[in-house]
Design a protein around this ligand. Structure first.
Ligand code: AMP
Ligand code: ZN
Length: 491
């Protein structure tokens, strides 16, 4: 493949020309969700970022094997080695089987990603489906001398590893700093050193998610599953490993240590990290409650935004920022994205009906295409690609108004390229335009009904006001009367 794609490699802290290990093929692993609750929009942003990357690599002609795991065991509270398994805790609180929790939120995650038009990965392996591989991996690490067993649990010996191979390459943390910053309370852990991390944990009697192993009935450590599954499906060395920025340390650092302890070679050529979505300037997170769920956004039933936004508008909003910058979600920004997205949709329609002019094209079409590719080749710069699409929109509208000309060949190419960037690369579609339009029509009609009802109430015509309230209620539309005015809620 002879593309001039460069990617920002977190391992080097700079952009590098992308060259896959095997020509024309790309192996890409992305850490997937821990399926103990619904994904919030922040999680979705990371997966949409990697969907863009996957789509562009495909568009360039690479045969991509995209592996994105489902974490359904081993991820403890606070990302630490102590505490309850997140899935087991949810199962206990709801008195259901852990696998019911897993099933419910895996299905939810897939549905949401489909709404965002994210392509499914090539393989979606689960941690519980790879316990055997994880046990084998632990045996290998022990055999190399970088892990030790204590009381049925197995820990990775970070200090020993660091003597042979430097630990902390990805996050830039050195071992002295780590030793200085990590403390454990007396008696809380069997580890030799607080920097060590669990590969296998002996299960307490109450811990319901457990498997037999040579060391104890227990469960694998969270970092281990990604090394086991990436190795199994992509080999000892592969091209791209991705995830959210917050996974760099400790998760990805530990993955590197696990893999290098066996092979002494870096497992991943390019580490790519997507940046965070914030709400009110703070990271969206499940634990703090500072988050919004996708369906709350699509239905408008949330306390953050006054109106609903469709999945494509939200996707477009996210792609209007580079995947490595922080983005704050707000009503104003979403409204601007909605307008922009609708302009693109209208241009697509105009383009479809455009007829070629007799004169030659008055637009440097070749250089426009080159600029679009340059944007994406520069570490997947989707906001710049979108800006170039808007340049083309101006030209399309000018041709439609007979102010500019386009010849038949260029028109054909423009349609193809515009479609390819819009549908294939950015992964946008026009299917929810109708919904958006209908939403605003419905909202306008309901506002009118509210006004009529207010007038009826003011003139004590309660028959009319009750008729409106009850008819809407039968349609699952609730009217709320408050001192500051009446409002409606569509259930
Ligand atoms: P989890 O299910 O907690 O393991 O998270 C799944 C993915 O979502 C990880 O790659 C996280 O880095 C990512 N993530 C979590 N919070 C955010 C956020 N606020 N913005 C973007 N990505 C996030
Ligand atoms: Zn992972």
């Amino acid at each position: 493949m002879n593309s001039s794609l460069s990617v920002y490699n977190s391992l080097k802290g700079e952009k590098e020309v992308f060259k896959s290990l095997v020509s024309d093929h790309v192996g890409m692993y992305v850490c997937g969700p821990t399926v103990y609750s619904k994904v919030h929009l922040g999680n979705c942003r990371t997966f949409i970022s990697f969907d863009l990357i996957y789509r562009y690599l495909n568009h360039l002609g690479y045969k991509v094997r995209y592996v994105r795991n489902i974490t359904d065991a081993g991820h403890l509270e606070n990302d630490a080695d102590e505490g309850e398994d997140r899935i087991a805790k949810k199962a206990r609180l709801e008195s259901i089987e852990p696998m019911e929790v897993v099933q419910r939120y895996t299905v939810d995650f897939r549905n949401i990603m489909a709404k965002f038009n994210a392509l499914p990965p090539s393989i979606e392996p689960t941690a519980t489906g790879h316990i055997v591989e994880q046990i084998e991996l632990i045996k290998e690490i022990i055999a190399k001398g970088y892990a030790y067993e204590i009381n049925g649990s197995v820990y990775f010996d970070v200090l020993k590893f660091n003597k042979d191979i430097p630990y902390g390459k990805l996050s830039g943390r050195n071992i002295e700093e780590l030793i200085h910053n990590t403390r454990t309370l007396e008696g809380q852990s069997d580890k030799k050193n607080p920097q060590d991390f669990a590969l296998w944990k002996k299960a307490e009697p109450v811990h319901i998610m457990r498997w037999p192993s040579p060391w104890s009935d227990g469960f694998p450590g969270w970092h281990l599953e990604c090394t086991a599954m990436s190795r199994k499906y992509l080999g000892d060395q592969f091209d791209i490993h991705g995830g959210g920025m917050d996974l760099k340390f400790p998760h990805h650092e530990c993955e590197i240590a696990q893999a290098e302890s066996i092979n002494k070679i870096p497992p991943v050529k390019y580490w790519l990290h997507a940046n965070m979505l914030t709400l009110n300037g703070k990271k969206m997170a499940k634990s703090t409650g500072n988050n919004i769920l996708p369906e709350e956004m699509f239905s408008g039933s949330n306390t953050v935004f006054k109106k609903a936004f469709s999945p494509m508008v939200v996707r477009f909003f996210m792609l209007q920022a580079h995947y490595r910058s922080i983005v704050d979600i707000s009503e104003t920004a979403l409204e601007a994205s909605e307008k922009g997205f609708n302009r693109l949709l209208e241009a697509l329609q105009t383009l479809k009906n455009l007829t070629p002019s007799n004169s030659t094209t008055e637009f440097d079409f070749k250089s426009w295409v080159a600029r679009c590719y340059e944007a994406m080749n520069d570490d997947f710069n989707s906001p710049l690609l979108i800006a170039h699409l808007f340049d083309a929109v101006k030209f399309i509208n000018a041709v439609a108004n007979q102010k500019q000309a386009i010849d038949a060949n260029d028109l054909h190419d423009l349609k193809n390229h515009f479609d390819a960037f819009f549908y294939d690369v950015l992964g946008l579609n026009s299917s929810d335009r109708e919904t958006t339009k209908d939403d605003s029509q419905l909202e306008g009609t309901l506002e009118l009904l509210l006004q009529i009802r207010n007038k009826a109430r003011a003139s004590k015509d309660f028959e009319t006001s009750d008729l409106i309230r009850n008819t809407l209620s039968n349609l699952n539309i609730q009217i709320n009367d408050a001192p500051e005015g009446s409002s409606f809620k569509i259930n």
